[in-house]
Ligand binder design. Structure first.
Ligand SMILES: Nc1nc2c(c(=O)[nH]1)N[C@H]1C(S)=C(S)[C@@H](COP(=O)(O)OP(=O)(O)OC[C@H]3O[C@@H](n4cnc5c(=O)[nH]c(N)nc54)[C@H](O)[C@@H]3O)O[C@H]1N2
Ligand SMILES: Nc1nc2c(c(=O)[nH]1)N[C@H]1C(S)=C(S)[C@@H](COP(=O)(O)OP(=O)(O)OC[C@H]3O[C@@H](n4cnc5c(=O)[nH]c(N)nc54)[C@H](O)[C@@H]3O)O[C@H]1N2
Ligand SMILES: [Mo]
Length: 768
């Protein structure tokens, strides 16, 4: 997160913003207002805004702005002076705009007024807020079941907006809450809940100052959580070991420059980040971790046989865990052959990693999408937890589990009720608060929402932010799903492809961004709140003037739709939208952990939500932490690929110049790619094998044999340090290759890091 509050910290802040000048010429081209950004510095506001860049935590003392190149990009992209006005839409039909790239669309700037799609002219035309709300309400009320509407949330929505949204949706009568988290850290939530009784991480930022070893698994913080590198660097300087597991050698994890050299945080730096870098096969992390456990069990037995102290923390396990003996048996039953083949690591590497684990008094494990976007991701998360439990590395200082979240408030949105699985405690509390029954049946996640939209069970799609069409798998099928809708509504800051496939009736409702001042009817600025990866909740208040006077806050827009759909009898929507303190009071009454919400959120660092596992209270049926004692997956997709000639396992990842489907520019400088995104990283030996030369252009073809043709055309091969049998390229361009039916067991997360493909060489003169 990184709250940007510049008051009283001119020097550190000035360093950061001074460096903004050089952040990149493409940002300048795109109309990011440097004058505006600098004005942020001078603005004397009591509250700063929370960086929309990522969900990493804030430093302990105050909330100074830690320089982060990609945070600056996120802020500038939102604070651009470019505008997409009604005149823009008068000039361009939707059919022509749909040919534009993601980059070109967002680059046009901020949306300025509510719009309604006009079929006769194939254009969006201005509409009044009241007319939009009224028509949306009429269509929603006219559906024969509330379960025929899907309500998507992207993780930038504040706690207040998300809480009000779920309140509206549940009072309307459904739990259909597909959300970005379903495509992201769902496996972390599901796995951790089963193992330790809470679906969130257990560490605080302070723990990084105390830990002896950090295992960074399936994550590229140099690009996606740059402020985490600061914490890793400080730990490395203290002598903590940092063991990285990543099939690709990511530059940002290898070295980190002195923060005085703020512009080039990474290249040319002199602090080594990873003390040990392991390159497992795609999806091979569970095998790698099980191998480490196998070494730990053996070392523990050997030590005890010699009368030395045990290596496993038996006291912790006796007090706090169940299924330990079953886990020991499962580890014994897993052969070294299976471990080495699936992980792709050598026995020596695994023994070395195990030594790091055993020699460390306290260990933190962090992870992101390299762990969560496979078929067996839930059990990878559980295996990481198993290893940490072996030496009591959960719930004490300097130790713990740390899924590093994506969107800046994706964790908070779930906390305040964006959850298709509708926990009974939440529904009970809502019923008590409002005195009416809540829908009890489970709603749709992202994958289920898409099926429902495709087969006609869902007729309305409403999105609180995000870019559903581009973020989801099988992009062409999503286009069909959108076209079938009676109504689509996109609450958004910028134009994207999800807006350009209208249904029968479609609206774009433009909202304020985080950076902008949100005034109520009396003209007083209001703050919202967000929760970071460390479960810290803090306030966020914008400091820029709104991009257009017609913009409304997400909260006001939700309130408008709610009032038009449900009326004001039960909830006074507009009163809540006019005073967010009232929404926070309701959150305090309904959701545990928010006591004195309005007071505590106004102290500098906010407050931490209680985390039972961090206190060693286990909210599982057995009231203990639960070892997972199942076997490794029989075969990972990478193993399948290696067994078949010409088949590769593809991972789709992020470049340094993008924020999910938002493309800031065409470079990926840590990976040495400039001016293009249609690239495919491949091991040079694999290139030889398929007879490809450097700069070879290829088509990438989906290999699922399900009768659906999936092709990504005209990509350039880039020889890369990546395991054989594995290839990598950028999301969202490659989403055409991710099949809707390939998702994680128990998580329903599309397998964006394991996609089976083949590569077809193109002739030099073949047209694009
Ligand atoms: N600037 C910027 N910041 C962002 C985002 C952004 O797009 N841009 N997105 C935000 C969001 S929503 C999220 S979820 C996070 C994403 O943050 P990350 O998870 O870091 O994002 P990805 O680019 O998907 O990178 C996945 C990493 O996992 C590795 N990997 C892939 N498969 C495997 C595997 O099987 N095993 C292991 N061990 N590693 C593997 C890849 O090589 C890559 O380094 O970042 C957030 N922050
Ligand atoms: N193949 C593949 N697919 C993936 C992934 C992958 O690694 N590979 N990653 C997955 C992950 S981790 C995630 S989180 C999803 C992301 O999926 P989403 O969250 O749906 O996508 P974003 O690209 O973050 O959404 C960008 C849009 O959000 C809108 N927006 C920006 N700021 C605001 C705001 O403050 N309020 C509102 N209302 N709207 C705003 C803008 O209109 C912008 O165009 O994608 C998933 N899809
Ligand atoms: Mo994400």
């Amino acid at each position: 997160m990184g709250k940007m509050d510049f008051i009283g910290k001119p020097s550190s802040a000035a360093g950061g913003w001074g460096a903004l000048k050089s952040v990149g010429k493409r940002l300048l081209e795109s109309g990011a207002p440097l004058s505006n950004a600098k004005a942020l510095l001078k603005t004397n506001q009591p509250d700063g805004f929370d960086c929309p860049g990522c969900a990493w935590g804030d430093p302990e003392h105050g909330s100074s702005f830690e320089f982060c190149e990609n945070g600056v990009k996120a802020v500038s992209w939102e604070a651009t002076e470019a505008r997409v006005s009604p005149e823009f839409f008068a000039k361009h039909t939707i059919s022509s705009l749909s040919q534009w790239s993601d980059y070109e669309l967002e680059k046009q700037g901020r949306l300025t007024s509510p719009l309604r799609y006009d079929h006769a002219f194939d254009r969006y035309v201005p509409v009044s807020w009241d007319d939009a709300f009224c028509e949306i309400g009429t269509i929603l009320r006219g559906l024969d079941s509330p379960d025929r509407a899907e309500f998507y949330t992207s993780g930038r929505a504040s706690n207040e907006a998300a809480f009000l949204y779920q309140l509206m949706v549940r009072l309307y009568g459904t739990n259909n809450f597909p959300d970005c988290s379903n495509m992201c850290h769902e496996a972390s939530g599901v796995g951790l809940k089963a193992s330790i009784g809470v679906g969130k991480g257990t560490v605080l930022l302070e723990d990084f100052e105390k830990t002896d070893a950090i295992f960074v698994i399936g994550q590229n913080p140099g690009t996606n959580h740059p402020r985490m590198l600061g914490d890793l660097r400080r730990a490395a300087l203290r002598g903590a070991r940092i063991a990285v597991f990543n099939p690709i050698r990511e530059k940002g994890l290898q070295r980190f420059s002195d923060p005085q050299d703020k512009l080039e945080m990474i290249t040319g730096g002199n602090t080594k980040i990873a003390t040990n870098y392991y390159q497992p096969r795609q999806g091979g992390d569970m095998a790698a971790i099980r191998g480490i456990s196998k070494v730990v069990f053996a070392a523990d037995a050997a030590a005890r046989a010699q009368g030395e102290p045990a290596i496993i923390d038996y006291a912790f396990i006796a007090d706090h865990a169940v299924e330990f003996e079953a886990y020991r048996a499962a580890v014994e039953a897993t052969s070294w052959d299976a471990i080495l083949d699936q992980s792709g690591l050598t026995r020596e590497e695994i023994e070395e990693a195990a030594a790091i684990y055993m020699n460390a008094e306290s260990v933190i494990a962090t992870w992101a999408m390299g762990v969560t976007q496979h078929k067996h991701s839930v059990i990878i998360v559980r295996e990481i937890t198993n290893l940490m439990l072996l030496r009591g590395n959960v719930g004490r200082p300097g130790a713990g589990l740390c899924p590093v979240r994506g969107h800046s408030n994706v964790q908070g949105d779930r906390t305040v009720g964006i959850d298709e699985k509708a926990p009974a405690a939440l529904l009970d509390a809502l019923e008590k608060e409002l005195g009416v029954a809540m829908p009890r049946n489970q709603g749709h996640n992202t994958v289920e929402a898409i099926s429902a939209m495709l087969d006609g069970r869902a007729e309305v799609f409403i999105a609180l932010g995000g870019n559903f069409l581009r973020a989801t798998p099988d992009s062409p099928r999503i286009v069909e799903a959108f076209k079938k809708q009676k109504l689509t509504v996109n609450i958004a800051t910028k134009l994207n492809h999800s807006h350009l496939v209208p249904g029968e009736t479609s609206f774009i409702l433009p909202c304020l961004g985080r950076t902008e001042i949100d005034r109520n009817s009396k003209g007083s600025p209001q703050i919202v709140t967000v929760e970071d990866s460390m479960s810290m909740v803090h306030g966020s208040g914008g400091i820029n003037e709104p991009a257009s006077p017609a913009l409304r806050s997400e909260i006001a827009i939700v309130a408008g739709i709610a009032e038009a759909t449900l009326g004001n009898d039960l909830v006074k929507w507009n009163e809540l939208a006019d005073d967010y303190d009232l929404i926070r009071n309701m959150i305090e009454r309904v959701i545990p952990g928010f006591d004195d919400f309005n007071t505590r959120v106004r102290v500098p660092r906010g407050f931490q939500l209680p985390n039972s596992a961090a206190q060693r209270e286990w909210n599982t049926p057995q009231h203990k932490a639960v070892f997972f004692a199942g076997p490794l997956p029989e075969r990972t997709d990478h193993q399948k690929a290696l067994a078949q000639n010409g088949i590769f396992v593809l991972q789709t990842l992020r470049s340094h110049d993008q924020y999910n489907t938002t493309i800031y520019g065409l470079d990926d400088r840590y990976r040495g790619v400039y001016g293009e995104r249609q690239v495919l990283f491949m091991n040079p030996q694999d290139m030889d094998k398929i007879g490809a030369h450097a700069k070879q252009r290829v088509d990438i073809v989906g290999e699922y044999g399900d009768g659906i043709e999936r092709i990504a055309r005209n990509f350039r091969l880039v020889p890369y340090n990546i395991p054989q049998g594995s290839v990598g390229g950028y999301y969202p361009e490659l989403n055409v290759l991710v099949p809707l039916h390939s998702y994680g067991e128990g998580s329903f997360t599309p397998t964006s890091k394991s996609v089976l493909v083949s590569v077809r060489l193109r002739q030099q003169d073949e047209a694009a």
